[in-house]
Each structure stands twice: as structure tokens, then as C-alpha cells.
Design a protein around this ligand. Structure first.
Ligand code: SF4
Length: 381
């Protein structure tokens, strides 16, 4: 008697920072095989750009490059976060599917939030994991959620530690070591133990307690903010310059806003003196967070967005007004596949240098709410 062994579906999802570790837990928890897209390289970006409409935003091109490389490695199902949205993200799924089919690839595209609603997630996952019990789906989703929280907690710790550590690069090495272990952990208890172990290791990092680093807040478009290859590793570069980076946007925070939309509205309301309507995507958050930074003594803000991103191009103009009114310097970076690293480095160094000198000359510096006409507080890149 011959028995038929069903091969697991080969599923992939584009990179976004370290979160691919959590997506892997979700996919494998559903009984599918994860096809990890190769790490993002120049080739990935060139592949994606070659087959994308010229003026589409950078995340589209990088995602497409990830899909092509994963399909070449045998992926059968492509996961996409959603088809709904108040910007071009709403069309990513359809357009990428058409492009890839035109290129001759045979696959299925599954959108996790196909109608833009939270509950679409369950039905999309069920279509992927046909016949998998609901309890197993919930367990896999919970494990992925715990991994996302772990990644966000540890990355946030490292963004701070980089500015104070004496042995430069130690916190980054510890983070990489923990992330490797995280991708092998398969239970909530295992994640909890790893969290304790990683926190203890971070506690052993020797720090310069007398340091008074410049503090910079990061705002902008979610993918470019969270994917180091898209922003040319701005956070790590700042850390190496001894800057403490504060980045409110993370996948945990986006999930929180999806479940509790009033939290998202609260951030948008912070910017109500400058904008009273939604700009699409998370552009209103860029303004709300910048206002919060100005009121909490953060030295400066870096605004990251992809070239041609409509919501963030709109927020950029408003951020100029925020910078002048609240006396907080804002540096804008617009990224495309053409952006050169040397230019980014030079402007970052000049910005940090300016913030350090601003502190030296203005030891009384405190965030202000009076209007100023100093137009030199915004910087173009
Ligand atoms: S927010 Fe901007 S970059 Fe992101 S998908 Fe929308 S238009 Fe593109």
C-alpha cells in the first residue's frame, strides 16, 4: 500500500528589519515551510527597481526584489500584509501580483488584511493553513506576537545603550546573538527565559554614566523607518556617533494601534495645532511625535521617507512649521534606490555636530512653545 506524503506549502514574506524571525514562527507554526528571502542586497534593490513602475515608492521595489529572490528559491505562496490603505500601499498586492505573473512566476498571493480589517487576518491565515485547527493558528499567532515584542524591546534597549557603552559595538553583538537564539525558540516559556537572559547580558554592558549624549527622535514612513537597508542604517550610524536614538514606531506599536485605534488618534492629536486632518498612512504620527519630542527635551528629529511618498511629502512641509514654532531642528531624508551613502553620512555628521554646538552655546536650552521665524531649523537632503 503506498502512502502519499503531503509536502508543506513553501511560504515567504518580504523582509522588514528583524521581524522576519517572528513571521517565520507564524508560518512554521501553521505547518508551512518558510522560504527566507535572501538578505537585502544591492541586487535585491536592482531586481525590484528593474521590474517596478519608475515612480513607485522604494518599499514596493524592495518588496518586489525580495519576492523575486524568494520565488527563485522555491516559494509557492507570497504573504502580503494588506490590500487596503490610504496610500499606494493599498495597491501593492494587486500590482506586484500582476508584475510577477507577467514575469512567468507561478504562485499564490495571500493578503493578511485583504479588506483592511483586523478579522480578515484569521480568514487569510485559514486559507493558507487549510484544515489546521484554530487553536494551532492562535498559538502560532501568539508566538509570533511574543517574538515581535521581544525584538522591539531589545532593539529599543540597544538604541539607548549604543550612546553610553564603553566597549563600542558590544550591545549590537549581544542583540545579534539573542536574535539567532530567538529564531530557534518554539515556546512562550522559551521566549520568556531568553528575555531574562538577554536583559541580564545587557545589564553587564559597561556604560559611561557621565555621558550626556545628544538625543534624536526618528519619525517617518514605517517601512523606511524600520528597515535598515532602506534607510542606509541611519540608527546604527547615529549610535556609532554616540547619539541616543528614540524611535516610537515599531511593529508592536502598529499592532497596538490596530487593536486600540484611540491610541493612534491620541498621537495624531498631539499635532492638532499644525494639522487637523489625516494625511494618509502614518504621516500625522510624524507630526504628533515631533511635537512630543519638542515638549520632552529631545535635541532634534530625523524624518525618513521614501522619495515620492505622498503622505510623508505632505507632512514634511508641515514639519517645517513645527520646527520653527517649537524650536526643534528637523533633518529630512528622502530615500530612493539612487541614494548614496556618503551624502547621508555627511549630513548626519553635520546635523549631530550642529546639535552638540547648539547645546554648548545654549546650556539653558529647553523646549519652547513660542513662535520663532528661524527658518534655519529645517534641513534639506
Ligand atoms: S506610506 Fe508612502 S512609501 Fe509607504 S506605501 Fe504609502 S506612499 Fe508608499
Amino acid at each position: 500500500m503506498s502512502s502519499i506524503v503531503r509536502q508543506p506549502l513553501k511560504v515567504t514574506i518580504p523582509h522588514m528589519g528583524n521581524y522576519v524571525i517572528a513571521f517565520k514562527a507564524l508560518i512554521e507554526g501553521l505547518g508551512c515551510e518558510m522560504v527566507m528571502p535572501p538578505p537585502i542586497t544591492r541586487r535585491t534593490i536592482e531586481l525590484g527597481s528593474r521590474h517596478s513602475p519608475e515612480f513607485v515608492c522604494l518599499p514596493f521595489k524592495i518588496n518586489l526584489g525580495n519576492y523575486i529572490e524568494a520565488l527563485d528559491s522555491g516559494a509557492q505562496v507570497l504573504l502580503q500584509a494588506g490590500r487596503a490603505g490610504a496610500c499606494r500601499y493599498g495597491y501593492y498586492g494587486e500590482v506586484q501580483e500582476l508584475i510577477l505573473k507577467d514575469l512567468g512566476y507561478d504562485f499564490r498571493m495571500v493578503c493578511l488584511f485583504s479588506g483592511g480589517k483586523q478579522f480578515d487576518f484569521i480568514s487569510s491565515i485559514r486559507s493558507l493553513a487549510n484544515g489546521v485547527p484554530i487553536l494551532r493558528i492562535l498559538r502560532a499567532s501568539y508566538l509570533a506576537f511574543l517574538k515581535i515584542k521581544f525584538i522591539d524591546e531589545m532593539e529599543s534597549r540597544v538604541r539607548k545603550l549604543r550612546a553610553y557603552e564603553i566597549d563600542k559595538g558590544k550591545s549590537d553583538r549581544l542583540l545579534q546573538d539573542s536574535l539567532k537564539k530567538l529564531s530557534c525558540v518554539r515556546s512562550a516559556r522559551g521566549i520568556s527565559l531568553l528575555r531574562k537572559e538577554t536583559r541580564k547580558k545587557f545589564d553587564t554592558v559597561r556604560t559611561d554614566d557621565g555621558a550626556r549624549p545628544v538625543r534624536i527622535g526618528i519619525v517617518g514612513e514605517l517601512y523606511v523607518v524600520m528597515e535598515p537597508h532602506a534607510n542606509l542604517d541611519v540608527e546604527r550610524k547615529l549610535g556609532r556617533m554616540g547619539v541616543e536614538v528614540i524611535r516610537p514606531m515599531s511593529l508592536s506599536s502598529l499592532l497596538r494601534y490596530a487593536v486600540f485605534p484611540f491610541l493612534s488618534r491620541r498621537i495624531s492629536r498631539e499635532g492638532r495645532d499644525f494639522i487637523r486632518y489625516e494625511l494618509g498612512a502614518h504621516a500625522a504620527h510624524s507630526i504628533g511625535h515631533t511635537v512630543e519630542f519638542a515638549h520632552t527635551g529631545v535635541d532634534g528629529v530625523i524624518h525618513l521617507y521614501p522619495f515620492t511618498c505622498m503622505p510623508e511629502v505632505s507632512s514634511r512641509a508641515i514639519l517645517g512649521n513645527v520646527a520653527r514654532t517649537l524650536n526643534i531642528p528637523v533633518l529630512h531624508f528622502s530615500f530612493s534606490e539612487q541614494t548614496g551613502e556618503a551624502g547621508v553620512d555627511t549630513r548626519l555628521e553635520a546635523f549631530v555636530d550642529m546639535l552638540e554646538r547648539k547645546r554648548t552655546f545654549r546650556t539653558d536650552f529647553r523646549p519652547q512653545t513660542k513662535t520663532t521665524t528661524d527658518s534655519r531649523l529645517t534641513f534639506e537632503v
